[in-house]
Design a protein around this ligand. Sequence first.
Ligand SMILES: C[S@@+](CC[C@H](N)C(=O)[O-])C[C@H]1O[C@@H](n2cnc3c(N)ncnc32)[C@H](O)[C@@H]1O
Length: 279
Amino acid sequence: MSLNFAQICQALAKNGVANPRLETRLIMAFVLQCQPAEVFSDSALTTEQSRQADEILRRRLQHEPLDKIFGHREFYKFDFIVDKNVLSPRPDTEILVEEAVSLARDNMSILDLGTGSGCIIASILSEHPQMQGTAVDISAASLDIARRNAENLGISPRLRFIRADWFNADICQTIGQKFDMIVSNPPYIPTKDIATLEAEVKNNDPLAALDGGDDGLQSYRRIAEIAPQLLNAKGYILLEVGINQAHEVAAIFTLQGLKLLKILPDLSGIERCVVLQKA
Ligand SMILES: C[S@@+](CC[C@H](N)C(=O)[O-])C[C@H]1O[C@@H](n2cnc3c(N)ncnc32)[C@H](O)[C@@H]1O
């Protein structure tokens, strides 16, 4: 028997999925290869489509998020490939991108520390067709995904990729140049809180993208140490932060001589993006 909208929706709701109607629409749209708005509660699936929907449902009920099952996710204005090796881009991060796009000028150079899927730097370079960028990550697998995303957006010739650990003593030499802007969304969850995250996150986003050390701030301390060497005079740094971290993170960077320009809220009103400038 073919699966239908009501059956998928009931299975999701029964298993505690927060928005079962929306997710049902997304699953049906994926297998029907149409827009979610074109799915109706009486849309019919063929036997093959029903088999695909059943397989997606099976994975979703094991708490795998839909973007990881579908292999891509919308972020800002673009569509990004995602897999288990990269953090799924979050809407919370779009505020950082919007601010960077508005501060950036076409001849600027930009560095992304912890690029993951490449969603931040690829979005900014797509909006500024003359900008050049460098994307750094510790994970070779995530750099592969970021490269594919850069390719899809047609920005590969302007983006350099470096596999490196920002805790390495010679990180600034490895990167080898100064920039007009640094963007970073480093891991910021305190280690002890990782176990309390929902299964969708802790079992499907890489640990290296989540774990910010004992108090969640270990990567910010290191990035604050190296940022003055990596920034040109008047260069900007934009950082995504976790809940209640904005002021502590701002203090970590002002101690290194950077000037706080602003702290911006995300769409839920949480202080999410800290913007500083080198003197
Ligand atoms: C929170 S994710 C952000 C990914 C992407 N920029 C985004 O906003 O969706 C943090 C990224 O930093 C990388 N990372 C973690 N520790 C690192 C380190 N010591 N050196 C370089 N990259 C690191 C992780 O592999 C991960 O891709």
